[in-house]
Design a protein around this ligand. Structure first.
Ligand code: SAM
Length: 265
């Protein structure tokens, strides 16, 4: 590394050093007037490019990086093109509800240990319109999977509910980072629908549905519903009890959920 900052594993620090990948992220930014929020600016390589295009707010938890970032972006901070917030981003969401008071796009090379959590929080944050994030490829595939894909999971269903579009832009090898992570990464692009709220009970229902992904969905649901009750609903919807969780599409999950929610056990 060309700086004296030692990357910290506990904060998921793998600094992106590949200029081609950095440029691809910038090129994929939506053409709108939204503010940019970056989570984990690190040493500021991506931030440097972001602030050239749009006003940016970045949330960084690591005290050791704050000084580096403050001096690197002294001019942008001074002229208010860049705001640096020293905190754990999940705490910021808990306290403020939204990471920015107006429409924003989230662009980041995320710390992998909390990447899924961050994307789910961004789904709930109504000011967040687009998400372009580097995450572990295996996890990105879960967000973009379609029914019958082996990666299809509750994350795929939630993504289909909240998004207009969700796709992987590029895969990124470990060598593009310093230090290199153990896994391949992907840049995930998600464009959110307007005003979609996620029903917390539906999310719990999906969690139970996929609790044992290889077992039958019917079997998983018997953990919280009586067999006879479920059998009746399955026959009303004319579906087979042999279906596995990954064989059920979003619309059928919604119908099943509506039936169990409204039915009496
Ligand atoms: N953006 C930089 C880059 O692309 O090189 C760094 C990315 S590194 C994968 C993840 C960054 O997220 C680190 O700077 C790390 O300190 C920061 N981070 C980790 N946990 C965080 C949290 N809870 N809140 C805010 N930032 C966090």
């Amino acid at each position: 590394m060309e700086t004296r900052v030692i990357a910290k594993k506990k904060f998921g620090q793998n600094f992106l050093k590949d200029s081609t990948v950095l440029s691809k992220i910038i090129q994929s930014m939506p053409n709108n007037n939204n503010h940019i929020v970056e989570i984990g600016p690190g040493l500021g390589d991506l931030t440097e490019k972001l602030v050239k295009y749009k006003d940016t707010t970045a949330y960084e938890v690591d005290t050791d990086l704050i000084g580096v970032l403050k001096s690197k972006f002294a001019i942008e901070i001074e002229n208010k093109r860049f705001e640096l917030i020293h905190t754990d981003v999940l705490k910021a969401w808990d306290e403020k509800g939204s990471l920015h008071e107006e429409s924003y796009d989230l662009i980041a090379n995320l710390p992998y240990y909390i990447a899924t959590n961050i994307i789910l929080r961004a789904f709930e944050d109504s000011n967040c319109e687009n998400i372009i994030v580097m995450i572990q490829r295996e996890v990105a595939q879960k967000f973009t999977a379609q029914v019958n894909d082996k990666e299809y999971s509750s994350l795929s269903i939630i993504t289909q509910i909240v998004s207009k579009e969700a796709r992987i832009l590029i895969d990124v090898p470990p060598e593009s980072f310093d230090p290199p992570p153990k896994v391949t990464s992907s840049v995930l692009f998600i464009s959110k629908k307007d005003n979609v709220t996620l029903d917390k009970d539906f999310l719990k229902f999906l969690k139970v549905s996929f609790s044992q992904p290889r077992k039958k969905l019917f079997k998983n649901l018997t953990a919280i519903y009586k067999k006879e009750f479920l059998s009746n609903i399955y026959s009303e919807l004319n579906i087979e009890e042999t279906l596995r969780p990954h064989e059920v599409d979003v619309s059928l999950y919604s119908q099943l959920y509506t039936k169990v929610k409204n039915g009496k056990q």
